[in-house]
Design a protein around this ligand. Structure first.
Ligand SMILES: Nc1ncnc2c1ncn2[C@@H]1O[C@H](COP(=O)(O)OP(=O)(O)OP(=O)(O)O)[C@@H](O)[C@H]1O
Length: 608
């Protein structure tokens, strides 16, 4: 809880009995209620009465609907109901998460590496699911990861707060976990901003402090902002954190978005590889059936052709591309990706509009529990719906660099309008820097969503240290800093499967450049994954693009609901049975070296 204001009164809600206050946010209070039928404890988030105009209500329920779309995910807080109380305040009834949030734990508990890996993979799959529905979270941080009764992390706060206030009110991101590009004067963001924040969250859990927070030194929002933009990522001072995990976190948090993992899924896969290299049980990546890898199709053949039929030998994956081929200063708006927005060639990420509208007067002072400083919630932002495009035709991927002809990665669909589709495409190959694109054809199966954009306040004063035009964040930080000074006198001193790649069965694609991990750990993924089906048995085989003495392979079943443990084998083939009741079987396989290093991203594929 971070606000110094008094909590609002819990509304009377028929069928629910008020129990207690759970917490206060910038735009809402959260209460525990006892639902009468079915009988259970629920958390009810009630908007503050200060932001109840019509636009806010509509936006609130729009967000509730978006949240409901995500609710089926095991690592996203479930929404049960949304309504308006008798006193006029909108409320959301959601799953009650009885355990402390990660934000409440990281300062006092030492997270095991295994838990951090599990958490990263589960939350990563939740974030990936959101991205596939066209939604950017934009405020991933420990405090927004609650814990269910079963101890599963549950991501929350998908923008409900961002829709609050008047039609032009904004929320804010949490600076300590915010990507540098979102702190720039002309903020540009896409899924990689969430990748950064998830990486920063994992860093926080491991280090016990946010990434650029320096114990014993000034950690004002302005100082944090400056370090996030310019300072190298401080090392995590823990001997039990393997180099591979350090490397994954560092890549997720690379200042250049083009050098990050291209998706939350890619980050989750990398974390799985760390689990494998540590001989830990491999945490499943939870995505819906729609996101399973697709069987490879013959070039120019029947789109419905299946591979892996008896006697057939088809390339599944090239090993580099898509398989199957605290509270301190909060300046967050929520942005949704338009999943229908299949932009044409040359379109890439959607920059956030640098509009500026100061909405509700002086920001409310907040207290940063994590950093021990007061915070200003600068509230700016309207919701903007962007029309969806219906062009979902597969597009050939191309070389990185120039935008024209760039592969239509998920990121490339983050369109606002064609006019703003500019920039550099994300690096292919799961965001592995330097890796060349694979000649794969990718397509998307978009689902409906809304696209919202944020606007920032342009009326805030320019920060003293800034030479460039003040960014929205900078302006807000400047405003926050000013209040902090005053406050300090008085008190105190964060190709996926959905890409459904369809690889050319005859193509043999080798990574032209292997990824460079921090610490020099570079292990390519298996290539030429093929399958032969005989009855219920499927034999998968693959090649090793960079075979070294002692190389072995880690394989496991893959797919929805699969949590099999990875098995280490010496051969470049494995025979598996199609699970009972299933029509096909999917696996993923990695190269593992004698020193324990494994492929950054496993190769995946399914039988017919
Ligand atoms: N489902 C839940 N179960 C239990 N506690 C919850 C739940 N949702 C929120 N809380 C608690 O309520 C408090 C406020 O919630 P939350 O931060 O989501 O509100 P908010 O208005 O979105 O705030 P902000 O966007 O400013 O962070 C937090 O302490 C959080 O731990």
């Amino acid at each position: 809880m971070s606000s110094r204001r008094q909590p609002s009164l819990p509304p009377k809600i028929p069928g629910y009995q008020y129990v207690r206050l759970l917490g206060m946010g910038g735009f809402a209070d959260v209460f525990e209620y006892r639902q009468e039928l079915p009988r259970r404890s629920v958390a009810v988030k009630v908007l503050l009465s200060g932001s109840l105009d019509q636009d806010a209500r509509e936006a609130f329920f729009a967000e509730a609907n978006v949240m409901a779309q995500l609710s089926h995910h095991p690592s996203i807080v479930t929404i049960y109901h949304a309504d308006i109380a008798a006193d006029g305040r909108p409320f959301l009834v959601m799953e009650y998460c009885s355990r402390p949030s990660l934000g409440a734990r990281y300062r006092t508990e030492r997270f095991t590496v295994a838990e951090v890996l599990r958490t990263g993979i589960r939350v990563g799959s939740a974030v990936e699911a959101a991205h596939r529905l066209g939604i950017l979270h934009r405020d991933i941080k420990p405090a927004n990861i609650l814990a269910t009764d079963f101890g599963w992390p549950a991501l929350t706060d998908f923008g409900i707060a961002s829709t609050l206030g008047s039609g032009a009110v904004a929320t804010g991101m949490s600076i300590p976990w915010s990507a540098p590009e979102l702190l720039a004067e002309n903020p540009e963001g896409d899924v990689r901003g969430d990748v950064y924040s998830l990486g920063a969250t994992l860093y926080t859990l491991l280090a016990g402090r946010s990434p650029f927070e320096i114990p014993g030194r000034g950690n004002s929002p302005a100082e944090l902002l400056s370090r996030i933009e310019r300072s190298p990522l401080p090392p995590i001072d823990r001997e039990d954190v393997p180099a591979g995990l350090n490397a994954v976190v560092a890549r997720a948090m690379t200042k250049d978005p083009d050098r990050r993992f291209v998706s939350a899924l890619a980050l989750a896969h990398a974390l799985q590889q760390v689990e494998r290299s540590m001989q830990l049980p491999v945490t499943s990546i939870d995505l819906s059936e729609d996101h399973l890898p697709e069987p490879v199709r013959e070039p120019g053949g029947d789109p419905g052709a299946r591979w892996g039929a008896p006697g057939a030998q088809d390339v599944v994956d090239d090993g580099t591309a898509a398989p199957g081929s605290d509270q301190a200063t909060r300046l967050r708006p929520i942005v949704s990706i338009d999943p229908h927005g299949g932009p044409g060639p040359g379109t890439v990420a959607a920059p956030l509009p640098p509009a500026a509208t100061l909405v509700d007067g002086p920001p409310a002072a907040r207290t940063d529990d994590a950093l021990g400083v007061d915070d200003q919630a600068t509230r700016l932002r309207p919701i903007t719906t962007i029309s969806a495009q219906e062009d979902r035709a597969p597009v050939e991927s191309a070389a990185p660099g120039p935008v024209v002809g760039a592969a239509p990665t998920l990121d490339s669909r983050l369109s606002l309008t064609p006019a703003v589709l500019e920039g550099t495409p994300p690096a292919p190959g799961y965001g592995v820097p330097g890796m060349q694109p694979s000649p794969v054809t990718t397509s998307f199966s978009p689902t409906p969503s809304e696209l919202r954009a944020r606007h920032y306040d342009s009326s805030q004063p320019r920060p003293a240290e800034g030479r460039r035009a003040p960014s929205p964040v900078r302006r807000a930080v400047a405003a926050a800093s000013a209040v902090l000074v005053v406050a300090a006198l008085g008190f105190v001193a964060f190709q996926t499967w959905g890409r459904e790649a369809q690889t050319n069965p005859q193509a043999t694609v080798e990574p032209s450049e292997t990824p460079t991990l921090v610490g020099g750990a570079t292990v390519p993924a298996p290539a030429n994954l093929r399958s032969v089906t005989e009855g219920d048995s499927v034999t998968f085989s693959w090649s090793n693009p960079d075979e070294q003495e002692g190389d072995a392979y880690l394989w496991q079943l893959a797919g929805v609901g699969q949590t099999s443990r990875a098995e280490r084998i010496e051969d470049r083939s494995v025979t598996v049975e199609v699970p009972e009741g299933e029509s096909r079987v999917c696996i993923e396989v990695s190269v593992v070296r004698t020193d324990g290093r494994a492929s950054t991203t496993p190769t995946q594929g399914c039988s017919a």
